[in-house]
Every structure is written in C-alpha cells, then in structure tokens.
Design a protein around this ligand. Sequence first.
Ligand code: PLP
Length: 244
Amino acid sequence: MSEEQRRAELEASLREVRARIDRACRAAGRDPSEVELLAVTKTFPASDVALLADLGQTAFAENREQEARGKVAEFTELRPSASVRWHMVGQLQRNKARAVVRWADVVESVDSARLVEALRRATANALDAGDRTHPLDVLVQVSLDEAEGRGGCRPDDVPALADMITQTGDLRLRGVMAVAPLGGDPDVAFDTLSKISERLRGDHPEAVEVSAGMSGDLESAVAHGSTRVRVGTALLGGRRLTSP
Ligand SMILES: *Cc1c(COP(=O)(O)O)cnc(C)c1O
C-alpha cells in the first residue's frame, strides 16, 4: 500500500471512530470534548503514528516498553516538531521503569506498590538527569474480574495505592484505567469502574480520568463516564501479531 492510500485509510477510520465517540456522547448527554481518543499503535509502524499525527491525532499508546521505545524515537525523527503524548497501557515489569519514564508522558498500568516505588525512583532520577522535564502522570489499573495475569490491582487496593502515589512528589495521580473482562458484560464492568472512580475522587479530587473502552466496547464505556477511550483495531486495522 502506498503512503497516500494508507493516509486515506487512516483518515476514514479516524473520522468513523470520532463519529462513534460523538454519537456515544450524545446518547449519554455528554459533551464530546469530555472524551479523549487515545490511538493504540502497538504492532503498527512509526509511519502510521506520523500519518495520524498529521491528521490531528495527538495521543498515542503502546503496551510493550521495548517496542514503544524504538517507535517513539523513530516517530520523533519523522516528525521532529510534532507535539504528541505517549501513554504506556501494558503490564510493566519493575525493571522497565527506568526505560519507560524516558518516553512516556503517562503510565496507565500502575497496579502494585512495588511498581509505584520503581516509577517514583526512575522519574526522580530522570528529572535529575534532564531526561524528563515534568512529573509522570499515572493511572491505577483496576482488575474487574478475578482472572489473574491481565494486570490490574483488586478494587480494594485502589485507595492505598492512590495514597502512596500522591505521597511521592514526582508522580501525579490522574485516575483509573481498566479493561472489560473478556466475554463479560462491558456495562457491568464499566459501571463497577465508575463507582471505583467516584470513591477515588472522594479522597483525591484531581484523579478525574477514567480510561475505559476499546474498539469493541467504547459506547458502553462512554455511557458509564469514560474520559479516555483506547482504540487500536478500529483505527489501524487488525493486528497480525497477537499482543496481550
Ligand atoms: C490493545 C489495547 C487496546 C486497544 O484494543 P482494540 O480492541 O484494538 O481497540 C486498549 N487497551 C489496552 C490496554 C490494549 O492493550
């Protein structure tokens, strides 16, 4: 496919996804400006990020540190003056904290005290070394089912993790993130998440973000108060490699 063809394809899918978000907001009586679109570019090349940035997309997400690191560098060479934000949305090993804080503006997958501590230390070091200019925004990822292994802390663990994050000067608590359980009813999952978010905002009024909704369930997430949908397939097409 030529670059022109790919640009036309991405332009059409971006328009369609934005229209879905607009319709979902209207149906929920919400203003579309309340819901940010995060383009999940995992498994797709930096050239796609560049085309999406040309089309006005400003927020991108990746789920593997190593893949992201190279892609961010490549994108920065392709579009040196573009101003975009990068979000880490995948499970993160503590030993990747040092690397992730060099490219990520936001880490959405914070789910343990040990990861908070690793990110805190890595962010402080990166700020000292001049590798970062601003604190790291973080979301607490919540697991909405009993299944282990897909990341996320238990809902009961959110308050303690949130307190720990706000006690570190270099991390900024922005809200919660979740993935609807496979095969479950997304309305039930996102309703649970909205209650978790409400409780969190009681203690931490600044933690307003709710990152919820993907290609298949963004309407349900928007109906339940999502402020950020994370869309891969509906924007970029099917992924050849399976990516957790
Ligand atoms: C891949 C991924 C998405 C996007 O999923 P699609 O179904 O392709 O839209 C969203 N959130 C996370 C955490 C992901 O890993």
